[in-house]
Design a protein around this ligand. Structure first.
Ligand code: HEC
Ligand code: HEC
Ligand code: HEC
Ligand code: HEC
Length: 195
């Protein structure tokens, strides 16, 4: 009896260990650009100058009235319209993501995690890399949920595709060219520990 019990506890223990391992990337939640800023100040400053950073402003009444009209939209307050929020905020409807401007103001606009994936898991291992000045491979970070944007255009098309009111059908200036857009995301800087 005692032996069975010990066996059972051992199995439960191993299962719990694997359980934790399996959760990892899938359990990743959105944490907001301020958290990334602490370690990636250069990318943050460069991104902050783009229109993505204050993209939420465009949902307010009286802002970009002519552009909205050209796209068939009215001049009204869209800041609580979920149709717009899914593209003008970070992680809308996903774990840890934007819910409303009152509850999650730090996730307004198109932030780092819109392109790089939710960071609660990979930031932990990045912290280790930084502390221990430890060489790492990008694949290890990807297994933690990090997205390398140039590897898959689909990640961009969720927002830049035909669901957007602002496509080249409305104005040629909205034309999507993946290569050009990748360059305009933020300035790129050399990495120290990447192998
Ligand atoms: C969550 C939705 C979303 C995703 C995902 C997304 N974008 Fe965007 N992006 C936007 C919105 C909204 C704007 C417009 C910002 C504004 O003017 O309000 C924009 C604007 C841009 C701009 C113009 C910035 C500027 O300063 O004018 C670039 C470049 C861009 N996106 C590149 C990308 C690339 C490359 C990807 C994929 C790796 C991507 N975006 C993924 C929503 C998204
Ligand atoms: C499927 C994603 C998506 C949805 C839904 C969406 N947008 Fe956008 N919006 C974008 C993208 C992408 C851009 C940037 C287009 C570009 O630069 O090529 C943009 C740009 C804008 C702009 C700036 C246009 C300019 O010329 O500066 C305004 C204003 C805007 N959106 C308002 C809204 C409003 C209001 C709603 C809801 C009715 C909405 N958007 C819904 C993706 C979306
Ligand atoms: C619109 C998409 C987009 C957004 C938003 C974005 N990035 Fe990036 N990021 C990229 C692309 C593209 C690369 C180049 C790597 C690749 O895809 O091959 C990159 C690369 C990086 C790198 C590697 C080093 C470098 O400078 O290239 C870091 C670090 C990084 N991003 C951090 C951030 C942080 C922090 C934020 C938010 C403040 C952010 N990124 C926002 C698209 C984005
Ligand atoms: C505690 C510090 C820390 C935090 C917080 C952090 N990172 Fe990093 N990140 C690092 C370090 C260190 C590296 C490795 C840099 C190097 O090799 O020079 C890295 C690498 C990266 C890379 C490049 C990966 C590759 O292999 O190409 C990206 C992209 C990135 N981080 C994005 C983010 C984003 C987005 C956030 C916020 C959600 C974030 N990081 C939060 C420390 C951090």
């Amino acid at each position: 009896m005692k032996r069975t019990l010990i066996g059972f506890i051992a199995i439960a223990f191993v299962a719990a260990l694997f359980g934790v391992a399996a959760v990892n990337a899938d359990a990743a939640e959105y944490i907001g650009a301020k958290k990334c800023k602490a370690c990636h100040i250069k990318q943050y400053k460069s991104w902050a100058k783009t229109n993505m950073a204050d993209s939420f402003e465009n949902l307010k009444a009286g802002v970009k009235v002519a552009e909205k009209k050209a796209a068939g939209l009215e001049d009204k307050d869209y800041t609580h319209d979920e149709k717009c929020l899914k593209c003008h905020t970070t992680g809308y409807g996903k774990p840890g993501g934007f819910t409303s401007i009152e509850e999650t103001p730090k996730l307004a606009g198109v932030q780092c995690e819109s392109c790089h994936g939710p960071g609660s898991v990979y930031k932990v291992t990045m912290k280790k890399i930084q502390k221990e000045k430890k060489p790492y491979k990008t694949d290890e970070q990807k297994a933690q949920g990090l997205i390398i944007p140039s590897e898959d255009e689909k990640g961009c098309m969720v927002c830049h595709g035909s669901d957007s009111p602002f496509t080249e059908k409305v104005d040629a200036k909205y034309k999507w060219v993946f290569k050009d857009r990748l360059e305009k995301t933020h300035e790129h800087f050399p990495l120290k520990y990447k192998q």
